[in-house]
Ligand binder design. Structure first.
Ligand code: UGA
Length: 424
């Protein structure tokens, strides 16, 4: 079993640390946030990530997992150090590598001979090879090992991954990193480091492209009298297209797709490669919130001024408490700008979000509202008591941007239901 250091206890770092401990390794996980390190030591993870708090508690009990303040221990005691620090969008759209560079500079003087530095943070193609120069130690290898963890499924995605990708110019070091995942049974792909880095962006951007395509298709369905549900069902039967990621929505969001699409476009521009598909993928998504607002405006009779709307769902997708780059909030901002009064309910959000006054239940946001807008696909919204909601509302309009609600039940309760890509 290996001694592993993990730098950064965000959702990727924490999942990596807890899951490697589960696989039997001895893990030290470092962060610069004192309060966070203290809370993690008590197995309080401070986020909604199914199974993760239990794994952290298990690792702490078994003494295979420790949380430390500052990077020194995680760097000096490990055979493998995983860098899991943020790479946000910089001013020019490219990934900002400040945090990665800082950790590597610190690692240069701190790590043991033979240590492998593993970049798990999402970094542009070519970074791993370039930053190896920052470390400048012939006895230390730097490899790329991108993560493919979905929020809300991170533990499962780590312990039962569809693939482990490791990229390096030093093949032996790459093989040693692959071996750390032995307990997962996942197929491994060893490549050059630029290819491994690109697998990550290529995958996320492909999925984003698929969604932008489906969202445009939904708009077209409305105009030609087709039903997006039937169209995508027909597409899904072709296994070259694949069954997943074909649900239309208010736009893709979260901490990854928006950042990664911009970063890959920036890489393409730097490399002087024209990538119109990627530009269109991003542009189509930017249009989506405006389109949803147009649908709501039309559904309530042409003007949003003074209209009281209840928003169902605020997070960027169901199964997470993450509000970063949430399309629901983009829609809310535009609705408020046109004069709508907004309340919202989300099972994972308690604090008010910008113009949205957050209430404790779907019933509370419906009371006295002119309309409801479903923005996140929390399954519980499909189970609401529609006749009861209808009886407390001023007007009975619902715009369902996730095509989640049971059409018959909702319309039988007297609602005017508008959904994406379906004839109304
Ligand atoms: C995404 C990728 O799926 C992970 O593989 C990757 O590791 C991660 O980014 C990352 O780069 O770290 P995540 O951001 O958690 O994971 O979100 P997804 O589940 O991929 O959803 C992205 C967006 O697409 C959400 O806004 C979601 O609502 C939307 N979506 C997804 C749809 O609108 N329709 C669909 O059919 C599927």
């Amino acid at each position: 079993m290996a001694r592993i250091g993990v730098v950064g206890a965000g959702y990727v770092g924490l999942t990596t640390a807890a899951c490697f401990a589960r696989l039997g390794h001895s893990v030290v996980c470092a962060d610069v946030d004192e309060a966070k390190v203290a809370a993690l030591g008590r197995a309080e993870i401070g986020a909604h990530e199914p199974g993760l708090a239990d794994l952290v508690a298990e690792g702490l009990r078994a003494r295979r997992l420790r949380f430390v303040l500052g990077n020194a221990e995680a760097l000096s005691e490990a055979d493998f150090v995983f860098l899991c620090v943020p790479t946000p969008t910089g001013a020019d759209g490219a990934a900002d590598l400040t945090a990665v560079h800082a950790v590597l500079r610190e690692a240069r003087d701190a790590v043991r001979p033979g240590c492998v530095l593993v970049i798990k943070s999402t970094v542009p193609a070519g970074t791993t090879e370039r930053v190896a120069e920052l470390v400048d130690r012939p006895d230390v290898q730097v490899v790329s090992n991108p993560e493919f963890l979905r929020e809300g499924h991170a533990v499962d995605d780590f312990l039962r991954p569809q693939r482990v990708v490791v990229g390096s110019e030093a093949e032996e070091a790459a093989r040693r990193v692959v071996a750390l995942y032995a307990g997962t049974g996942a197929p491994a792909l060893v490549t050059g480091s630029a290819s491994a880095e690109l697998v990550k962006y290529a995958s996320n951007c492909f999925l984003a492209m698929k969604l932008s395509y489906v969202n445009s298709l939904a708009e077209l369905c409305e105009r030609v009298g087709a039903d997006i549900g039937d169209v995508t069902e027909g597409m899904r039967l072709d296994d070259r297209i694949g069954a997943a990621f074909l649900e239309p929505g208010p736009g893709w969001g979260g901490s990854c797709f928006p950042k990664d699409t911009r970063a890959l476009l920036s890489t393409a521009e730097d490399a002087r490669v024209d990538f119109p598909l990627l530009r269109a993928t991003i542009g189509t998504n930017g249009h989506q919130a405006h389109r949803v607002v147009g649908m709501v405006r039309e559904a309530v009779g042409g003007s949003l001024a003074g209209v009281r709307l209840g928003l169902l769902g605020l997070t960027f997708k169901a199964g997470t408490d993450d509000l970063r780059d949430s399309p629901a909030l983009a829609v809310a901002a535009l609705l408020a700008a046109e004069g709508a009064w907004l309340t919202g309910y989300d099972p994972c959000v308690t604090a008010d979000c910008g113009p949205v006054r957050v209430l404790g239940s779907a019933e509370a946001v419906a009371e006295g509202a002119d309309g409801l807008v479903v923005l996140t696909e929390w399954p519980e919204f499909a189970e609401l008591d529609w006749p009861n909601l209808a009886s407390t509302m001023t007007d009975r309009v619902i715009v369902d941007t996730r095509n989640l609600l049971p059409v018959e039940k909702v319309t039988e309760a007297g609602f005017h239901l508008v959904s994406l890509g379906r004839p109304t």
